[in-house]
Design a protein around this ligand. Structure first.
Ligand SMILES: Cc1ncc(COP(=O)(O)O)c(C=O)c1O
Length: 387
């Protein structure tokens, strides 16, 4: 298998698996217990908290463990709405992941007013529209750090500086950025930041939410006293240890990996552009995650490409309907004004540290034949080939 779908999920790093494994069998205690068997796990949770904090330049007490990136995003927005009951306006973007996008829509049905700021044809945020939307009623602004479909990076520093001056709460969904880009909350004016374990070589079902010291916070899960009363529920100890280890590993190799992954990604991208006609890159190639490319192959269906790639054991994603688990084509590519023929033929390749140059060469060898065959089968494609 050649796995080029790392923005969907990643392989658990062997070092992470080794470190979490004992906590799935022999060390199964409850960290809230009075006895040593359970209580000793506290230390491991705090070690993991410090490691997650270390990756993003935070203090350990600013990190809450959650069950996933989605919970972190939902918690951040809900907390803002609960903490500022006199403010009913939420600002976010048209390019957000559903964890923010659909939750903001949900809050709009509960009486909030939501502004979805547009993006341009390169997926860049319309800063003027964001500035115009700000008002005294704004409880929170939530702008993703980097987009999961195109890899486009948003100007978080600039937005944060504006919002800090206006004293408006700022949340960023950094699920795709954490571990792929250096993030330093000592200089980044962000109040809340979400991340997720399974995007950085920890297991699925573990996430974290950074809440800056002094930020008003209202818990989403209410019950026991875990996480100092900020997130109830018995801790997922093994996965907390795993995300801690994964963050430590990412922090050590981030600069090297950025160089390695962008070289592989660029090789894949430039060769596909050269070898397959009528290709376009979706998104701002100047400000992009190093591991991601979103490419449209005109006159073919993304699903058909994925099925053919699958026959060769190559995994990727498409922005068209169905394969993404929804009936709608990508709302991100639509927000960018990508023509529907290009959306339907869009494929996202996303790499990780475990991809090799041989794998990329294999993908480069296979893709042009797949595209040629599929275009032969499509009436539009056939016409184009004849011309
Ligand atoms: C940008 C972004 N935010 C949030 C999420 C949700 O994370 P999780 O799958 O951990 O709930 C994802 C997952 O694809 C994502 O890419």
């Amino acid at each position: 298998m050649i796995y080029l779908d790392n923005n969907a999920t990643t392989r658990i790093a062997p070092e992470v698996l080794d470190e979490m494994a004992p906590y799935l069998h022999e060390l199964y205690g409850n960290p809230s217990s009075m006895h040593t068997f359970g209580g000793q796990l506290h230390k491991k949770i705090e070690e993991a908290r410090a490691r997650v904090a270390g990756l993003i330049g935070a203090e350990p007490e600013e990190i809450l463990f959650t069950s996933c990136g989605t919970e972190s995003d939902n918690t951040a927005l809900m907390s803002a709405v609960e903490s500022f009951p006199q403010k009913r306006h939420i600002i976010t973007t048209r390019a957000e992941h559903p964890a923010v996008f659909n939750f903001a829509k949900h809050l709009s049905r509960k009486g909030c007013r939501v502004t979805f700021v547009p993006v341009d044809n390169l997926g860049r945020l319309d800063m003027d529209a964001l500035l115009k939307a700000l008002d005294d009623d704004t409880a929170v602004v939530s702008v993703m750090y980097a987009n999961n479909e195109t890899g486009v990076i948003f100007p978080i520093q600039e937005i944060g500086e504006i919002l800090r001056e206006r004293k408006i709460l700022f949340h960023t969904d950094a699920v795709q950025a954490a571990g792929k880009l250096p993030v330093d909350l000592k200089r980044l004016p962000v109040d809340m930041l979400s991340l997720s374990g399974h995007k950085l070589h920890a297991p699925k079902g573990i996430g974290a939410l950074y809440v800056r010291k002094g930020t008003r916070f209202y818990p989403y899960l209410i019950g026991g006293h875990q996480e100092h009363g900020r997130r109830a529920g018995t801790e997922n100890v093994a996965s907390i240890i795993a995300i801690g280890k994964a963050c430590e590993l990412a922090g050590k190799s981030i600069n090297e990996e950025m160089v390695y992954l962008s070289a592989l990604r660029d090789k894949l991208e430039s060769n596909l552009m050269k070898l397959c006609a009528d290709v376009r890159i979706n998104g701002d190639t100047e400000h992009r995650l190093p591991n991601t490319t979103n490419i449209s192959f005109q006159y073919v269906e993304g699903e058909a490409i994925l099925l053919r790639l699958n026959e060769y054991g190559i995994c990727a994603s498409s922005g068209s309907a169905c394969t993404s688990g929804s009936l709608e084509p990508s709302h991100v590519l639509r927000a960018m004004g990508v023509p529907s023929t290009a959306i339907h033929g869009s494929i996202r390749f996303s790499l990780s540290r475990y991809n090799t140059e041989e794998e990329i060469d294999k993908a480069i060898e296979i893709m042009p034949g797949i595209i040629r065959d599929l275009r032969e089968l499509s009436p539009y494609g056939r016409e184009k080939i004849r011309k």
